[in-house]
Design a protein around this ligand. Structure first.
Ligand code: AMP
Ligand code: MG
Length: 492
């Protein structure tokens, strides 16, 4: 195998590249080839996604694929680039950021539409600032597993096709090794892309970008008399649905800066994320977030704050400010409705009743009071109606009287419901498996010793998190005591 960039691979069977983002022009990006890594090896390959993308199975196992997805060779027809964006980080305007370590290879057409393919950790770009353009093995495995876990949970997300590693050293708090995640998404455009062109008074480019997003991803907005306000409203609604999904699943993102907000309402940029173990609404998963700006219970408001930034960025295209404000308003109704719908499904309530809002609030309070394990509570609750199911839920509580009072309220709501049907609904909405920090950590520790079996096993479980997977109960158990001391920071 030749690993010199510039000597292109032969055509990849079944794959044709398009480069629609590149068509926007060089105000939006800089052409940049990935920087090769020495002696790459496979860490994980996502066969399910490869099939969805229509990749040839034999080719995906080849040395050519390994070279391509490490950034050591370039596929014919691909036009690698790094895009420029800006953003608000931790509430402050941070100015220009951009793809500091991500390189967009281009776009492939798949049976489900176009997908952009991006290498994260593929070397320096003009937007690397002080960074080295690399990603370490630990954070790459976390992104790979979590994006597929989210997909398995039915939560909108970028996907991850594979991770490759190299023994090349990367300096973080200590020396670690390099890895590259191949991510796919219909688009990697962020709120920050709009902020970039708005804040730098490049309003023509702002319009080009908005038109690109409308034409490719929100064509219905074109029919509106105010297409750009309609775009803001559509993004607000998608983001509201995303927040409802995160909150109901107990997912903390950890770095909800505007440059980490997808214009398509997808979960993007997996860093210090965490699925809650104990239900602690104020939980902060990012060790670097000393103010707790991105605590679990603040996420819905932060999303709105970020949408407000997007609205501001779009103002030059929107005739009147009140149109932008009206477009943002939709978030305030869509989010609570979407959250309630998701929580009702988790509770096994197929129809909506006026008292549900109160029941949901009481449930959250009950869980918070005893810091009950969030995933475990919901999974056990699926069997509430069949003995000894209720006792097993009760066992999770210290304050049994509080649980009994809640259980009475819940039972009254359930009266006359078909227990079998209800359990079915709940088992499809309350996962058995989530990517708890300690599970990721165990797989990472083994992977550092070149044992990738833990990564593969987790991928299989997380891609089908509502299924039982006999023999894997240990992956669905309580976190060990040491899990509480895992510190995940922005360092990745
Ligand atoms: P993140 O917190 O990962 O979303 O990154 C914020 C910004 O820093 C983005 O512009 C990234 O491209 C950039 N960045 C993060 N890590 C690195 C790195 N190791 N090298 C270059 N740029 C980076
Ligand atoms: Mg980012």
């Amino acid at each position: 195998m030749n690993s010199v960039i510039g000597e292109p691979l032969a055509a990849i069977p079944g794959l044709k590249w398009a480069n629609r983002f590149a068509g926007l022009g060089t105000d939006f990006y800089t052409d940049r080839l990935p920087s090769p890594l020495p002696a790459p090896y496979w860490v994980g390959r996502n066969q399910a996604l490869a099939r969805e993308l229509g990749l040839d199975e034999a080719w995906f196992a080849s040395q050519e694929a390994l070279a391509l997805f490490t950034g050591n060779q370039v596929a014919p027809g691909s036009q690698p680039l790094a895009s420029v964006y800006s953003g608000h980080q931790f509430g402050q305007w941070a100015g220009q950021l951009g793809d500091g370590r991500a390189i967009l290879l281009g776009e492939i057409s798949t049976p489900d539409g176009s997908q952009e393919v991006q290498l994260k950790g593929a070397g320096m770009t003009p937007y690397s600032r002080m960074g080295d353009g690399r990603a370490v093995l630990r954070s790459s495995i976390r992104e790979y597993l979590c994006s597929e876990a989210m997909h398995g949970l039915g939560i909108p997300t970028t996907r991850a096709l594979c991770v490759t590693g190299s023994d090349a050293g990367v300096r973080r708090e200590e020396i670690e090794t390099a890895a590259v995640v191949t991510r796919t998404s219909p688009s990697f455009i962020r709120f920050g892309h709009f902020e970039h062109f708005s804040y730098s008074d490049q309003h023509e480019q702002l319009k080009v970008l908005a038109d690109f997003v409308i034409d490719h991803f929100y064509p219905a907005c074109r029919e509106s008399p105010q297409p750009y306000a309609a775009l803001l409203q559509a993004v607000s609604e998608r983001t509201a649905h995303l927040m409802a999904a995160w909150q109901s699943t107990g997912f903390c993102h950890g770095v909800m800066n505007t440059d980490n907000m997808s214009i398509l309402g997808l979960t993007i940029d997996y860093g210090p994320f965490q699925f809650l173990d104990a239900f602690d609404p104020g939980h902060v998963c990012n060790h670097s977030d000393t103010q707790g700006r991105y605590a679990y219970n603040k996420q819905p408001n932060i999303a709105y704050w970020n949408l407000f930034c997007l609205g501001q960025a779009l103002l030059p295209l929107i005739e009147a400010q009140d149109q932008a404000l009206a477009a943002l308003e939709s978030y305030k109704t869509v989010f609570p409705e979407a959250l309630e719908a998701r929580m009702r499904a988790k509770l096994g309530l197929p129809d909506a009743r006026p008292q549900d809002k109160a029941l949901i609030e009481t449930t959250f309070k009950l869980l918070a009071a005893d810091k009950v394990d969030y995933t475990m509570f919901w999974r056990r609750l699926c069997h509430f109606g069949t003995p000894p199911g209720r006792e097993k839920v009760r066992d999770l509580f210290l304050d049994r009287a509080a649980f009994d009072a809640w259980a009475l309220q819940y039972s009254e709501r359930l009266a006359h419901a078909d227990i079998g049907l209800q359990a079915d609904l709940m088992l499809k909405n309350n996962p058995k498996y989530v990517l708890r920090n300690h599970l990721g950590e165990q797989a990472i520790q083994a992977a550092k010793l070149k044992d990738f079996s833990g990564v593969n096993t987790l991928l299989t479980l997380l891609q089908a998190p509502f299924e039982e997977h006999p023999g894997h109960d240990s992956h669905a158990g309580f976190p060990p005591d040491w899990a509480a001391s895992i510190e995940i920071s922005c360092s990745s």
